[in-house]
Ligand binder design. Structure first.
Ligand code: ZN
Ligand code: FE
Length: 255
């Protein structure tokens, strides 16, 4: 099975999983890169997975459905044009053409209906704009508590699970990670690797759950060193882990 990051817009990735014949794509904000990849590699589209309603994740669905009549899985809690299979937590998206099963995880926070898709056999999770490498999505619709619980749900997947995020934000996320956890050597090492990848125009993704647990401040908000930086920055102690997470997210918004 091949896992390919198709670039779209400035910093979006449309993940494509294919077996050299059939393909599934995730969050096609633009049909162009998908059509081009299918033409180049002689693939036919077998299905579309959608994590949330934002246009940079959904804008290409209609054009792809004109070319191929395929099932489109998307969150039951959101109104997304073209979605034919509305899914909620615990549901399974079965892609018979590829012999793949994706378990649906509810991960509200960035949007209220946001879902992620976990494929145990390929050891990967498609997490949209919830978990980024060394960061997390903005809270447009949900509460800090919802987002923290969503991130913890993702972080509890096996450490070798590949993390397929929808944006290339890793390098700027790592600048913030370094600021809020200056003593973490994993962050520095990873940052060097990511800078090298980007200088060669290569993706820093996929990441892995294990790596994210080591470098992502939003999964580490109860680390003493992060709490100390929060205290210094905000001039007060975080009252609990949700508060610490909310403080981190606010700091990142202004960083
Ligand atoms: Zn989004
Ligand atoms: Fe997005």
């Amino acid at each position: 099975m091949h896992i390919v990051a198709l670039q779209a817009f400035r910093d979006n990735y449309i993940w494509m999983i294919h077996d050299s014949r059939s393909a599934v794509v995730v969050d096609p904000g633009d049909a162009g890169p998908v059509l081009a990849a299918c033409a180049r590699d002689g693939l036919r589209l077998a299905g579309i997975l959608v994590t949330h309603h934002h246009p940079d994740h959904t804008g290409g669905i209609a054009a792809l459905l004109q070319r191929w009549s395929v099932p489109v899985w998307g969150p039951a809690g959101e109104d997304i044009g073209g979605v034919s299979r509305r899914v909620a937590g615990g549901d399974v998206a079965e892609l018979d053409a590829l012999g793949l099963r994706f378990e649906v995880l509810e991960v509200p926070g960035h949007t209220l209906g946001h879902v992620a898709y976990h494929c145990a056999s390929l050891r990967l999770v498609l997490c949209g704009d919830t978990l980024f490498s060394a960061g997390c999505g903005r809270l447009f619709e949900g509460t800090p508590q919802q987002m923290l619980e969503s991130l913890e749900r993702l972080a509890s997947l096996p450490p070798d699970t590949q993390v397929l995020c929808a944006h290339e934000y890793t390098v700027s996320n790592l600048q913030f990670a370094r600021r809020v956890e200056p003593g973490n050597p994993e962050i520095e090492e990873y940052e060097h690797w990511c800078l090298r990848r980007r200088s060669e125009q290569l993706p820093t993704l996929p990441s892995s759950i294990g790596r994210e647990r080591q470098v992502n401040p939003f999964l580490r908000s109860d680390q003493a060193s992060i709490r100390a930086q929060l205290r210094e920055h905000f001039g007060r102690e975080a009252t609990d882990r949700v508060d610490a997470f909310a403080m981190l997210r606010q700091w990142k918004n202004d960083f």
